[in-house]
Design a protein around this ligand. Structure first.
Ligand SMILES: [Zn+2]
Length: 79
């Protein structure tokens, strides 16, 4: 059964909840073990930074069409 990290939005206490996919899909609303508030929020520990890093916009510039060696005339045999 998978574990989910939650944090209480009332007292800030972090806790782990064990729930099935079915329970999670139905809208898991665990209770804080400290103050028993149901205002909790899931904490995504793994994967959240990976998703942000993948959104970068640096792409390699495409080479200009023509000889790859840069001779320009084709006389060097580069084709
Ligand atoms: Zn709490």
């Amino acid at each position: 059964m998978p574990m989910y990290d939650f944090r209480c939005t009332q007292c800030g206490h972090p806790f782990t909840v064990r729930a099935s996919f079915k329970e999670k899909d139905a809208g898991l609303q665990p209770e804080c073990p400290v103050c028993h508030a149901v205002e909790t929020q899931q904490v995504l520990t793994a994967g959240i930074f990976i998703g942000q890093a993948a959104g970068g916009g640096s792409s390699l510039p495409l080479p200009m069409s023509g000889p790859s060696c840069g001779c320009g005339s084709g006389g060097c045999g580069c084709g």
